[in-house]
Design a binder for this molecule. Structure first.
Ligand SMILES: O=C(O)CCC(=O)C(=O)O
Ligand SMILES: [Fe+2]
Length: 267
């Protein structure tokens, strides 16, 4: 059974904080694993997967879709530990929001900020990561691997902005960020303080940016685990489609009935 509070917060505010989403031990394991992944990838000269290498070089991101295969080849022990952490995250997310949510590795990453050089401006993930094309409902299970909100940057969010933003036209150009003037029309912002093990789960239409704090040499690593939920219209369409096919084949005036009639009936 799902916990009701996170789902309610997510629907009402576009965001939910779940404290202790991972236990201190489990969170520490994931933190260590991520640190080893960064060390391994930092020392790697040629990546077998092009996109894994590109994301890493361009923005210090680790593309989680390609990570398991890369680890399997280079560090099977780390592959096992990463898989174990992921199983826990998946189980906890299903506990928090329900069993219909599916992990979506194609749009999931580790992200490491050094200083504020690569801080991310106001945006919704539906624009930046173009998730709206692949799923009607998508959330980011954002898990910092360092305590954030005072010395290290958390995310600054605009609670409830998801309602408006889901009806605003998406951005398609190179710049997918929104300016301060636009954001200020949508209400006050808030910045969750999170410990290691806590998560901020937020809707793909919620406005957010990197909190504007942090010393120049400060390092903050976070996980962006994205989960999607098959949309009701899609399931509905699918069931409509399968009923149509079923009828076309098996009903009394369908394909097989007509064939049987042809075979058995009078010439
Ligand atoms: O890590 C950050 O500061 C920004 C992350 C972000 O925009 C996201 O996870 O969707
Ligand atoms: Fe984002």
């Amino acid at each position: 059974m799902a916990m009701t509070q996170p789902a309610e917060d997510l629907a009402a505010n576009g965001a939910a904080i779940v404290r202790g989403f991972l236990s201190p031990d489990a969170a520490a394991d994931l933190r260590r694993t991520a640190a080893e992944v960064y060390a391994l990838m930092g020392a790697c000269e040629r990546f077998p997967d092009k996109r894994l290498g590109e994301n890493f070089r361009v923005w210090d991101g680790v593309w989680l879709k390609a990570l398991p295969a890369f680890l399997r080849r280079t560090r099977p022990d780390l592959a096992d530990r990463y898989a174990q952490s992921l199983r826990l995250v998946d189980a906890q997310l299903k506990r928090a929001l329900g069993r219909q949510w599916r992990y979506f590795p194609k749009r999931s990453y580790f992200r490491r900020h050094v200083g504020m050089g690569k801080k991310v401006a106001w945006h919704v993930d539906a624009d930046g990561a173009t998730i709206f094309r692949v799923a009607a409902s998508s959330v980011n299970v954002w898990m910092p691997l360092d305590p954030v909100g005072s010395e290290l940057p958390s995310l600054e969010i605009v609670p409830r902005s998801h309602a408006v933003m889901s009806r605003v036209a998406m951005l398609a150009g190179n710049n997918r960020s929104r300016d301060d003037a636009f954001v200020s029309t949508l209400g006050a912002t808030s910045t969750p303080q999170l410990d290691v093990g806590d998560v901020l789960i937020f809707d793909q239409f919620l406005l957010h940016r990197t909190q504007n704090v942090g010393a120049e040499n400060a390092v903050r690593t976070a996980c962006e685990f994205r989960f999607v939920r098959p949309s009701l219209p899609t399931l509905h369409a699918l069931s409509g489609w399968s009923r149509y096919k079923w009828n076309a084949l098996f009903s009394s005036d369908g394909f097989f009935a007509a064939r049987t009639k042809r075979l058995l009936g009078p010439k």
